[in-house]
Design a binder for this molecule. Structure first.
Ligand SMILES: Nc1ncnc2c1ncn2[C@@H]1O[C@H](COP(=O)(O)OP(=O)(O)OP(=O)(O)O)[C@@H](O)[C@H]1O
Ligand SMILES: [Mg+2]
Length: 267
């Protein structure tokens, strides 16, 4: 059984057309699956529906039609307890690492907040000392050190902020990370370091990724398979090497041609 199964999902938003309101379809009949342990790269030009699809998988946006199953559970039918369990299993990491971090919170609070919210399920007994030990462990996994715990997000560079974000996403030991352009706000070399971190974390924890990016070289580097979206539709899906070597669609060929090669040192 796939970890994520998306079945004939549609999403439309009402849009004004003169005096009338019409439904504007932004995701159209998309079906795909994500196998445990793989990285599915999701590409497509701006506005093609990638973030909308990601939000539907996360249960943050309700599809107009179709179904999403995560770990065998249909999101539309999940009980509150099941939904809480699924929310722990899938964590988002978004593009702007600063917007995602509460500027008034210290890194300690940011990283441990999910543990406090899901305290019982996370198996955190004890008090602050146990949380602190957990926070130090999470920081070390993303290459940050203990003193960072007492600092605020604005004291860090963009790359470090994204590391803090990733540490927070890992707090509940999720199985799936939904990575929506996690490096596109960063310099190329910093982004490459984050991608390498993601690759290591995946190996160490057997994580499953949905990796959305405009950078074909990075998608190619990280993904097992690639899915291509155009105007809300999934137009092509394939194993990374096969798809890149012989894309079936002109659209895919253009996406592949539009981005330069991976900079030296990224791999
Ligand atoms: N809440 C919303 N209400 C109305 N329209 C929306 C909403 N969210 C997204 N859209 C529209 O849906 C379409 C797809 O948007 P989406 O953000 O999913 O694209 P994307 O592929 O992630 O683009 P980008 O690469 O720029 O991030 C766009 O036309 C967008 O304007
Ligand atoms: Mg997007």
């Amino acid at each position: 059984m796939a970890l994520v199964e998306v079945k004939s999902v549609w999403k439309g938003y009402p849009r004004r057309a003169g005096l009338r309101t019409v439904e504007h379809t932004v995701v159209e009949d998309v079906s795909l699956s994500i196998e445990a342990g793989e990285t599915l790269g999701l590409v497509g030009e701006s506005g093609s529906g990638k973030t909308t699809l990601a939000r539907i998988i996360l249960g943050l946006t309700e599809p107009s039609r179709g179904a999403v199953r995560v770990d065998g559970v249909d999101l539309a039918c999940a009980s509150r307890a099941e939904m809480r369990r699924l929310r722990r299993q899938m964590q988002p990491v978004f593009q702007d690492p600063y917007a995602a971090l509460n500027p008034r919170m210290k890194v300690f609070e940011i990283v441990t907040e999910p543990l406090v919210i899901h305290r019982r399920a996370a198996g955190i007994a004890g008090g602050r000392a146990a949380l602190r030990a957990k926070a130090i462990e999470l920081l070390s996994e993303v290459g940050l050190e203990e003193p960072a715990l007492e600092r605020h997000p604005h004291e860090f560079s963009g790359g470090q902020r994204q590391r803090i974000n990733i540490a927070r996403a890992l707090a509940l030991r999720p199985r799936l990370l939904i990575l929506d352009e996690p490096v596109s706000a960063l310099d190329v070399s910093v982004g490459a370091q984050i991608v390498n971190l993601l690759r290591r974390l995946q190996r160490e924890h057997g994580l499953t990724y949905l990796f959305i990016s405009h950078s074909m070289p990075l998608v190619r580097y990280l993904s097992t398979r690639i899915a291509v979206m155009e105007g809300g539709r999934l137009v092509e899906t394939g194993a990374t090497e096969a798809l890149c070597a012989s894309p079936q669609k002109e659209y895919t060929r253009r996406l592949l041609a539009a981005t330069p090669e991976l900079p030296a040192g990224a791999a």
